[in-house]
Write a protein of this length. Structure first.
Length: 445
């Protein structure tokens, strides 16, 4: 399932046509390879807030080469700007002063992270100023080009020392297809310490991860990435996918459960299996999902109910069973897979979009309730090249792939890497977020 357009525009004739017709010319995105340094270049840190002094130490701990002052002639792979010190809209000019001279000195696939203070936690001019950062970053994401990405990370007071895993993700090629996002990092219950991650290359060593719909597509990529990060993966899929599931889990040294997650016994069977065979679970990824598209005028009850049952009711009931029975370990992670359709809506997908918006509702409803540093977050993929999207008609697929700031579809691994960031034991302050993995799609903000 390759991107044929991208192959074409890289050809000699394609290059000529792109230039003369003004066609989109997607940059081949850099993606993380196991064992490589997180950042292949230099990161410049700027700004004047409550984070700027600690940032060089954080980046050093991640093995990222960073400068605190611009060195003439240096090109940068990443820029981090601490905007937490901006308290009045007139001070926003500091963004222009820092970024403008650097815009032509960025390496390929550059990463930009602006750090702010959660607007809802401050008042008056400071709140206005911090909110303004969203417009700045979303626009820069659309103009940076060359495979670059831009995010704003709002860091609540008290969470200053809990940024490592988030910076590691957003400064590295792991976030290749994530741009224009607004992320909140906040300490909970006054707890500003988070569990140490002894081995950055294998943050999930000793952890158990449940992945539903693990036999193919995005679920397979999630299983592979969580395994790379050290987890023992327990894959779940329908009995019809048993042989693919078994061989993948055998390859990854994991475990498998063949069941339909909508079966009334499924939550209990999963909870019992995890408790009996693995002593609990650390990461729960609700990835299994289906589409049964029809315009509402032609929607049968069966199409409606099957989509809601797989995509929304099953994650809700399985999560409830695992929580009620204490099967999710402290510092555990619950991760939903929503969709851009659940944010922007889509013709023919009232059932699917309702189910995926419901997944966002599940995150919202659980985020304040969870204890013991258990977090809940979701990804909302945009156009990801899988068997699911291969079924989309060619013309619709082409438009779907190009209508984003990176002018291309994402890969299953892009969703998986985002989930691995949520899953990290170092992400205990990342809670209640819905992060789109959509190359900053033009639809749905
Ligand atoms: P896919 O169809 O390739 O894989 C889905 C997996 O879920 C399959 O292995 C399937 O057997 C399993 N599954 C379905 N119903 C099940 C059930 N009742 N019990 C157990 N397993 C079941 O799809 P994908 O493209 O890899 O999508 C994975 C997730 O990402 C889905 O939730 C989907 O809605 C979401 N998503 C995908 C895209 C995309 O562009 N591909 C975009 C947005 C969201």
């Amino acid at each position: 399932m390759s991107d044929r357009y991208q192959g074409f525009v890289s050809s000699p004739i394609g290059k000529v046509l792109v230039k003369n017709l003004g066609l989109p010319s997607p940059t081949r995105l850099e993606r993380y390879t196991e064992g490589a340094p997180l950042v292949a270049g230099t990161v410049l840190v700027g700004g004047t807030g409550r984070l700027v002094d600690s940032l060089p130490k954080v980046l050093d701990g991640l093995g990222i080469a960073a400068l605190s002052a611009d060195a003439e002639g240096t090109t940068y792979k990443g820029l981090v700007f601490d905007a937490t010190g901006l308290t009045d809209p007139a001070q926003l000019v500091a963004l222009q002063e820092f970024f403008t001279p650097l815009m032509r000195r960025l390496d390929s696939c550059p990463r930009v992270v602006v750090l702010g203070t959660t607007p809802a936690t401050v008042t008056g001019p400071e709140r206005i100023t911090q909110r303004a950062l969203e417009g700045f970053t979303r626009s820069l994401g659309k103009e940076i080009g060359r495979g670059g990405t831009v995010q704003v990370v709002y860091v609540a007071e008290g969470a200053e020392s809990m940024l490592d895993s988030t910076l590691a993700f957003f400064l590295s090629p792991k976030s290749a297809y994530v741009s224009g996002q607004v992320v909140r990092v906040a300490a909970r219950d006054g707890d500003s310490t988070q569990p140490a991650v002894p081995d950055l290359a294998r943050p999930l060593a000793g952890k158990v991860a449940l992945v539903t719909g693990a036999s193919r597509g995005i679920g397979e990529a999630i299983a592979r990435v969580l395994h790379r990060d050290g987890a023992t993966v327990v894959g779940v899929d329908v009995p019809q996918a048993a042989s693919e599931l078994q061989s993948l889990m055998a390859e990854l040294g994991g475990d498998h459960l063949c069941l339909d997650i909508t079966h009334p016994d499924a939550p209990q069977r999963i909870a019992h299996h995890l408790a009996e065979h693995h002593g609990g679970v650390d990461v729960v990824v609700h990835n299994a999902g289906i589409t049964r598209d029809r315009k509402l005028a032609n929607m049968s009850e069966d199409r409606w109910s099957s989509v809601i049952a797989v995509n929304l009711l099953a994650p809700e009931l399985i999560t409830r069973a695992l929580l009620d029975q204490g099967v999710i370990n402290p510092n555990g992670r619950i991760i939903g897979v929503a969709s851009i359709a659940g944010i922007a809506g889509n013709v023919g997908q009232t059932n699917y979009a309702a189910s995926k918006a419901g997944v966002i509702g599940l995150v919202d409803s659980l985020a304040d309730e969870l204890e013991d540093q258990i977090t809940v977050n979701a990804v909302a993929p945009g156009f990801i090249i899988t068997q699911m999207t291969a079924a989309v008609p060619f013309a619709t697929r082409e438009v779907g792939q190009r209508l984003n700031a990176l002018s291309q579809g994402g890969l299953p691994v892009d969703v998986a890497e985002t989930i691995a960031w949520f899953a990290s034991p170092g992400s205990s302050a990342v809670n209640g977020n819905v992060v789109r993995v959509c190359g900053q799609m033009m639809l749905g903000a």
